[in-house]
Design a protein around this ligand. Sequence first.
Ligand code: XBP
Ligand code: MG
Length: 254
Amino acid sequence: MKTELKALIFDVDGTLANTERDGHRVAFNAAFDEYGIDWHWDVDMYGKLLAVTGGKERMKFYASEFLHNQNLPDNFDTLVPELHAAKTLHYTELLSTGAIPLRPGVERLLQEARTENLRLAIATTTTPENVTALLEHTLGSDSLDWFEVIAAGDIVPAKKPASDIYDYALAEMNLAAEECIVFEDSHNGILSSMGAGLATIITVNDYTVDHDFSGALLVLDTLGEPDQPFTVLQGKANNHTYMDCALLKALHNK
Ligand code: XBP
Ligand code: MG
């Protein structure tokens, strides 16, 4: 007899909402402008930079990988956290305009999971303020309480693809990996969740559609809606056309 499905754990960036191209990227560029730094990350370059999770880590990766640490701004190492704080302000301001909606099916599935008493959590590398801003401006302030644990940012020493953030969320909820299903969107994300032993459903986006999702429970284009069916890219969805708790329980029991 398999264990009962008790909780759903969600990644944020790329999974709850497509925040990278029109959110984080734009905010990084605004912070560079604010500080008079002549860096501009276009859509293609930003895709390459997503190889590294975490904004501070991403700036250092850009400096080493693409600029070979040449001609960097003065005091670059101490500037990075400052630039990152400025970027977080630009990002949260952008979200407060309602610029970035949730992906299809996300709100419906969260609501259904609450009705069915499935426990909810978040595990992300992004800064905690960014999660709060996204939830508040899409689902309303009350939605922060829907999540028993919001594991985010520098709370653990190693960001995804390390499993630390998922290990942390499981420990906080006192749950075994077998009792949960994770929603992710990227290769680094699934490496992290599978590293913690967690079954993982993927919804891809433009930046991650070609990633390796070996071992995923299911790979979809979106979670789908009753009038907006998902496309199954890998795995079997038992003739369902959108993600709901019945499909989650069936997948969990397999
Ligand atoms: C998300 C990220 C984040 C954001 C930026 O990865 O890599 O770093 O791009 O957030 P995942 P910060 O979805 O796999 O958790 O700038 O706040 O670090
Ligand atoms: Mg992600």
